[in-house]
Design a protein around this ligand. Structure first.
Ligand code: HEM
Length: 440
C-alpha cells in the first residue's frame, strides 16, 4: 500500500465487528430514525439514562452518551483514533467507488482524520492560518456580504426562505474568501461542496452516491488547479500561507497536504455554520422574550450562541475507532470498534446543566458544551463559527427586530447521523420596521 492510500481522505468502512461481550445492545435505535431526526434530545436523554454506553446494532457502533466518557475518548487519541471521521457510515455502491478510484483522486487525510504524529505536524501550519489577524481581516467582508444578502431578502419581500436567501451563501463564501478562492467561482464551488454531508454521514442511494462522487472528483481537481495557480500568484490568504510554509520546508508540509487541507476546509467551514445560524434563529425566534432581549442588548449575543451550541448544536455527534483493546465505562472493547459520541445526550446532562432541557441565553456555563470536540482535534474553526454567528445575529437583530418564523411550518432536518439544521426555514417580518444598512 502506498503512503497516499494508507492516509487517503475517505476510506471504505472495514467489516463491522460483533458487539463487545457484556456491552448492552440496543437493537432498534438509529440516529437516522424519523423521530430522532425530528427531536433527538428526549430520546438521547432516555438512552443515556438506560445505558450510558451501549452497542447500537443498527449502526454497528458503540455509543457513548455521558460527557465524562466522551471527554475520555476525545483525550486519548492513542486508543481512540479519528481515522474514520470522514468515512461513509454505510458501504459505498460500486459506481461511486469506481469514480473515486480515478488515478488523480488522491487527497490525503490531513486534519480531522489524520493520525499522530503527522496531524500535529500539519496542525502547526493550519492553526497559524486561523490567526486572530486573519479573522479580523475577514470581518469587513462578512459584514458587507451580510448586509447585501439582507438587502436582497428585504427587497424581495416577506416571507423569505432564509437558507436560500442568507444562511447557505454566507458561510460558504466566507470560507472561500478565507482560503482565497475567487468570487467568480462561488456558485460552482457551492454546487460541488453541498452534498458531502450525505456522502459521509447519510445514507444516499446508489444514484445519489454516484452524483456526489462526481462532484467530489471535480472539486478535488479544482483544488489542485487552484493550488497550482496560487503557487505563482500569492495573496494575503490561507492558501498562500500554506504554500509559503511548504516552500520554507517541504518535508514539514508536503504539496499534496496543502492541496488536501484546501479540499477539506471547504466542507468543514460551510454546512455546520449554515445550520448554526439557522438553529440560532429557530431557538431565539420561537422564544420571543429572548429574541427581544438580544435586540435590546446585543452584548448578550455571544452567550446566546453558546447556548444554541449546547442546546441544539449543528453537530450532535462525532466518531472514533479503537486502535487497541481497551476498557470503556467498564466494558471490554476490542480493537477496531467504531465509537459514536452522542453530543445530543452529553450537552443536556443534568449533572452538568441545571434544567438541561430549558433554553436560556443567560445560562452561566453554556460554554461547557462539547459541540466543537476536545483535545488535539478541537475544531480549528470554532472561533470563525462563533464570530460569523455573532455578527449575523447582531445585524439581523438591529435591522429586522420584527423577524419571526412563519407559523405552522414543518422544520425538518436532513437525514444523517451527525449534522443538524433545518432543510428549509421560512421567516417573515414587518417591512415598515426593517432598517436600511448603515452607510459607512
Ligand atoms: C458550528 C460550526 C462548527 C461545528 C459545530 C464544528 C465542530 C467540529 C467538531 C466536533 C470537530 C471534531 C473535533 C475533535 O475531533 O475533537 C471539528 C473539527 C474541525 N473543524 Fe469544525 N466545526 C464547526 C465549524 C468549523 C469551521 C467554520 C471550520 C473552518 C473554516 C472548521 C474546521 C474544522 C477543522 C479543520 C477540524 C479538524 C481539526 C483537527 O483535526 O485538528 N470547523 N469541528
Amino acid at each position: 500500500m502506498t503512503e497516499s492510500s494508507v492516509n487517503s481522505y475517505h476510506q471504505p468502512r472495514p467489516e463491522i465487528p460483533p458487539p463487545p461481550v457484556g456491552c448492552p445492545v440496543e437493537h432498534h435505535w438509529s440516529p437516522l430514525d424519523d423521530d430522532y431526526l425530528a427531536d433527538p434530545y428526549p430520546i438521547a436523554a432516555e438512552l443515556r439514562e438506560d445505558h450510558p454506553t451501549f452497542y447500537a446494532e443498527q449502526l454497528g457502533y458503540v455509543v457513548v452518551t455521558r460527557m465524562e466518557d466522551i471527554e475520555a475518548v476525545f483525550t486519548d487519541p492513542d486508543t481512540y483514533a479519528s481515522t474514520n471521521v470522514q468515512d461513509p457510515v454505510f458501504p459505498l455502491a460500486q459506481e461511486a467507488t469506481d469514480i473515486l478510484s480515478a488515478e488523480d483522486f488522491n487527497p490525503v487525510a490531513v486534519m480531522s482524520n489524520r493520525p499522530e504524529p503527522d496531524h500535529q505536524r500539519i496542525r502547526v501550519y493550519t492553526k497559524r492560518g486561523f490567526s486572530k489577524r486573519r479573522l479580523k481581516t475577514l470581518e469587513p467582508y462578512v459584514r458587507r456580504r451580510s448586509h447585501e444578502l439582507i438587502d436582497a431578502m428585504l427587497a424581495a419581500g416577506s416571507p423569505a426562505e432564509f437558507i436560500e436567501a442568507f444562511a447557505f451563501p454566507l458561510p460558504g463564501e466566507t470560507v472561500f474568501r478565507f482560503i482565497g478562492f475567487p468570487e467568480s467561482d462561488d456558485e460552482m464551488l457551492k454546487n460541488w461542496c453541498g452534498e458531502r454531508k450525505a456522502f459521509s454521514w447519510g445514507k444516499p442511494t446508489a444514484t445519489e452516491q454516484t452524483e456526489i462522487a462526481e462532484k467530489m472528483l471535480s472539486y478535488w481537481r479544482y483544488c489542485r488547479d487552484f493550488t497550482a495557480a496560487k503557487r505563482d500568484e500569492r495573496a494575503d490568504d490561507f492558501a498562500s500561507e500554506l504554500l509559503d510554509a511548504h516552500d520554507a520546508d517541504a518535508d514539514e508540509l508536503s504539496y499534496r497536504e496543502v492541496e488536501s487541507v484546501i479540499y477539506g476546509l471547504s466542507f468543514a467551514g460551510h454546512e455546520a455554520v449554515t445550520s448554526l445560524i439557522c438553529n440560532c434563529l429557530v431557538n431565539l425566534l420561537s422564544r420571543r422574550d429572548q429574541w427581544d432581549e438580544i435586540c435590546a442588548d446585543p452584548s448578550l449575543i455571544p452567550n446566546a450562541v453558546e447556548e444554541v451550541l449546547r442546546f441544539d448544536s449543528s453537530q450532535i455527534s462525532w466518531r472514533r475507532v479503537t486502535t487497541r483493546d481497551t476498557v470503556l465505562n467498564g466494558f471490554d472493547i476490542p480493537a477496531g470498534t467504531g465509537v459514536f459520541m452522542n453530543f445530543a445526550a452529553a450537552n443536556r446532562e443534568p449533572r452538568l446543566f441545571d434544567d438541561p432541557h430549558r433554553f436560556d441565553i443567560h445560562r452561566g456555563n453554556a460554554r461547557r458544551h462539547i459541540s466543537f470536540g476536545k483535545g488535539i482535534h478541537f475544531c480549528l474553526g470554532a472561533n470563525m463559527a462563533r464570530f460569523e454567528a455573532t455578527i449575523v445575529l447582531g445585524i439581523l437583530a438591529e435591522r429586522i427586530p420584527s423577524l419571526r418564523l412563519v407559523a405552522d411550518q414543518a422544520i425538518t432536518s436532513f437525514p444523517n447521523i451527525t449534522f443538524r439544521g433545518p432543510e428549509r426555514l421560512v421567516v417573515e417580518w414587518d417591512a415598515e420596521q426593517a432598517a436600511a444598512a448603515p452607510t459607512s
